[in-house]
Design a protein around this ligand. Structure first.
Ligand code: GAF
Length: 373
């Protein structure tokens, strides 16, 4: 079988055999909980990464992308993966992890094209990893389920690329769809799809302040959470029961900033469970309150927001028909997500972008919820 290709053939002079896709994600709530064994609630966004692929007779792996510097073609040999600090590492990560799990990986040509914005906290890397893993599963006839695809993508990013991320993004890219929220217990990777409310829509606005995951701040937060868990005598912060009245003084007695970090994770886990209940009950006002509380917690306790993002959140909250708004993703820049009355996201987005642009040098972009092109 060959697939109708709109680029592969131009680069490689033959048709692709397989086409696979995976979406980016926006996290509704449950931030910095996934590496603490906690709960998360992402959903898929319309933007996707698409991978076209065809096997080769030799061991060469050639990968073209339309997304870097107007187009790039890089290569390596199957079995000779070595980290180079380039986007190609994501591809090498997947082939190395699959081989480590016993798959025989031949040479192949691949072309990657993505509409997921880079650096906005919407999981462009996880969508690439999952799309490629799916393409190889289908090209090689591997019997791997979607949770396993997420685990392989996570191992590629965490162990091979060296980004110390949790499992939310890969699970979302592999299992989420646009009409449901994916409620994941990141300790077990058990998941459940919960329908999104028909009366609301999501608005995602990029602040234009690029974030960088593998950077020191994310690592520092991870380390602080580990220290806080050890000081509280639990394996992971997930194990702290937020409903126990005795826990608040114990968290407050931790040395700063571990007290604030622990408080964020413990209360954020509780907010995810409350958000799931609100979704099930169709209680949009409650869901909005939880978005707002999550943002305050990320800003004040986890300290992963930046002034530009706070400004976007406040400006969205000031608009009519907005139930709640918060920073989404890892932070230190990136995008906000707002829960908006259905039919109002495009005009709220326009107002927020306009208000933001009044500060010189600031330019925001509506990524989800804008006018349908
Ligand atoms: C980034 C990471 F990749 C995720 O694993 C998660 O920790 C998120 O930041 C914060 O919730 O997207």
């Amino acid at each position: 079988m060959t697939v109708k290709s709109n680029g592969f053939e131009v680069v490689f002079g033959r048709p692709a055999k397989v086409l696979a896709e995976a979406p980016g994600r926006v996290n509704l709530i449950g931030e910095h909980t996934d590496y603490n064994g906690g709960y998360v609630l992402p959903t898929a966004i319309p933007q996707k990464t698409r991978v076209e692929i065809a096997p080769r007779e030799d061991r060469l792996i050639q990968v073209a992308t339309a997304n870097v510097d107007g187009g790039a073609l890089l290569s390596f040999r199957a079995g000779e993966e070595a980290r180079r600090g380039l986007w190609l590492d994501y591809v090498q990560g997947i082939t190395a992890v699959l081989r480590g799990r016993g798959a025989s990986i031949p040479g192949f040509d691949a072309r990657i094209e993505s509409t997921v914005p880079l650096g906005s906290g919407l999981s462009s890397s996880a969508s690439l990893l999952v799309a490629l893993a799916r393409a190889l599963r289908s090209m090689l006839g591997l019997s791997i389920d979607d949770v396993e695809i997420a685990r392989i993508a996570h191992a590629a990013e965490h162990d091979f690329v060296g980004a110390p991320v949790g499992t939310m993004d890969q699970m979302a890219a592999s299992l989420a769809d646009e009409s449901t929220a994916l409620f994941i217990d990141t300790r077990t990777l058990a998941f459940e799809r919960i329908p999104l409310p028909a009366e609301a829509e999501l608005l995602v606005v990029d602040s234009g302040v690029a974030h960088q995951h593998a950077s020191g701040d994310y690592k520092t937060r991870r380390a602080e959470c580990k220290q806080a868990a050890a000081a509280l005598g639990v394996p992971e912060l997930r194990d702290v029961d937020a409903t126990r009245a005795s826990i608040e003084p114990r968290i407050a007695s931790l040395p700063a900033p571990l007290d604030r970090r622990a408080r964020h994770v413990v209360t954020e886990n509780a907010r995810v469970l409350a958000a799931v209940a609100a979704l099930r009950a169709g209680d949009l006002a409650r869901l909005g309150e939880l978005f707002d509380a999550s943002h305050r917690s990320m800003r004040d306790d986890f300290e992963v927001s930046v002034p530009a993002v706070d400004e976007l959140v406040e400006s969205a909250r000031a608009q009519p028909d907005v139930f709640g708004a918060r920073l989404t993703g890892g932070g230190f820049g990136g995008a906000i997500v707002a829960l908006v009355k259905r039919g109002r996201a495009a005009s709220v987005g326009r107002a927020v972008v306009e208000a933001y642009a009044r500060t010189p040098g600031r330019r925001a972009t509506v990524l989800v919820g804008g006018p349908v092109p």
